[in-house]
Write a protein that binds this ligand. Structure first.
Ligand code: HEC
Length: 169
């Protein structure tokens, strides 16, 4: 009985030390002066493994329009109908929903897929709600926004996914 308690106290103590060290390492590793506030405001990055995910769904018109439909239902309320981050719910959030039109083409498919799956803060995690294919449709839709976003001189195909991959239905 008593032994267990001592053990517990020891464990708690060790945990505190470990956390303390972790905090120190974190602060000294930061190049921005170690302000937590600043770290929280920085742009959201997904873990490196997420970037390696290959989009198995070809970004054809069928996939893009499937993504667009899901987007209109689940995402437009916050991110806006035109994906500019100004949906009706945006004003009530502590953090503005990302302008996905501006973000389009700026991140890897796997990065968007990971963020949509896992969420952060006011951005919900969708991995339970949507299946993987639906998430890739959304990614394809988001990536398509930059190609008809008014910059007509940028008409190149971004070549999402890989050529050897076929449809996965
Ligand atoms: C309740 C409001 C809300 C809903 C609904 C919502 N989002 Fe978000 N989303 C956010 C907010 C807020 C952020 C910014 C999060 C941050 O940076 O901490 C965000 C960020 C993102 C990002 C990250 C962009 C980047 O690279 O920084 C993606 C991608 C995204 N949302 C896609 C979606 C998709 C797709 C849906 C629908 C399935 C969706 N969101 C639904 C609020 C929402």
């Amino acid at each position: 009985m008593n032994h267990n308690r001592i053990r517990l106290v020891k464990t708690a103590f060790l945990t505190m030390i470990l956390f303390g060290l972790g905090g120190l390492a974190y602060a000294s590793g930061s190049h921005e002066g170690g302000h937590n506030k600043k770290a929280a405001m920085s742009h959201w990055s997904s873990p490196p493994e997420a970037l390696k995910q290959v989009n198995p769904v070809a970004a054809d018109s069928v996939s893009i329009s499937s993504g667009e439909k899901i987007y209109a239902q689940l995402c437009a309320g916050c991110h806006g109908k035109s994906a500019d981050g100004n949906g009706p719910a945006a004003a009530s959030l502590s953090r503005k929903p990302t302008n996905l039109r501006a973000m389009s083409g700026g991140h890897a498919d796997g990065d968007f897929a990971w963020k949509i799956s896992n969420g952060r803060g006011d951005m919900p995690a969708w991995e339970e709600e949507l299946d993987r294919t639906e998430i890739w449709h959304l990614v394809n839709y988001i990536q398509s926004l930059s190609s008809h976003g008014g910059t007509s001189h940028m008409h190149q195909n971004k070549g999402h996914g890989s050529k050897s991959d076929s449809h996965q239905d």
